[in-house]
Design a binder for this molecule. Sequence first.
Ligand code: PMP
Length: 377
Amino acid sequence: MIYLDYSATTPIEDSVLETYINVSKNFIGNANSIHSLGIKSKELLNSSTNQIASLLNIKPTEIIYTSGATESNNLALKGIAFNYKNRGKHIISTPLEHSSVSETLKYLESIGYKISYVKVLDNGLIDIENLKSLITDETILVSIGYINSELGIRQNIEEISNILENYPKTFFHVDGTQAIGKINVDLNNIDLFSFSSHKIYGPKGIGCLIKKDKISLIPLMHGGKSESPFRSGTPSLPLIVSLAKALRLSLENINQKYEIVNNLNNKIKENLKKYNKIMINSNENCIPHILNISLSDIRPETFIHAMEEHEIYISTKSACSNPNVPSTTLKAMNKDDSVSTTSIRISISNKTTLEEIEKFNEIFDQVYNDLNSIKGE
Ligand code: PMP
């Protein structure tokens, strides 16, 4: 099997799974219980929270554990919208966002919030001047994904956060789900930051919303105070400890791992050069972990299933999007329908081997030529 859908989810790292099992077996107490088993669990919980905080250079109190990035994004957007509605009801975002942001914004719009979308340049970067012109006294939040999940476009978050520093009443939320563990992130000027464990070889079912202490939110889950007043529910100690470990491992040698992925990405692109009908949509602003291409006249589902017959797993534009609808990302970049409806996503890990990519290239050629010859018959 050759797995090239790491942006959809990653397999859990063996040592992280061992941690999960170990904590599940040996720390049975509820971290909120006052007896010694609870205290033992609470101590481990605190040490994992401190570890995450030090890895991300934030305070332990700024971490809210969630079930994943979908919940983190919902909590950030609705939490701010509901808490600061008396200040204003205007939110700015982009057409490049994951559905857990875009659908939440549509919901907020349906209940009276005004949502503005920043213009996107043809190269996928947002138009910073347009962003500045959209901000008003009513703008309570700007939400921009660090790395787009379809093409891998990396926004200039540092530049944007520096600009937003001039607007102290406007909070800045960044969906960092595709960024964490792949590139170095600096959370210094970011007010809210979402990410998920299952994209960094951690277990599925846990994520974080980093929320700076100066900000308050209306929680989505009401209940006991638990680990955070902003998210009730018994903290899942095995998931939290595993997340801390997965995060630590994902940040180790991050620059070397980036280079490995970059070389593998180049090997695929090199092979694709010979096909004049294939468009490479990921450009110089994209991270190498995601390679999005359009096949022009082959349906993406047909191609993906044909590759699957050879046990090669790739994706349509993104795992959480509707395959029958043109890609909003490609449309925002002014690509025509033949490109925006035929894209596929190959996503690479530093664990991917050169042999796997060579095999992938070989099977790609075979499947692409076979499908083209069937069309020609
Ligand atoms: N944001 C982005 C950019 C994503 O890629 C994903 C996962 N596809 C999510 C949010 C949602 O994450 P989760 O699956 O943890 O809810």
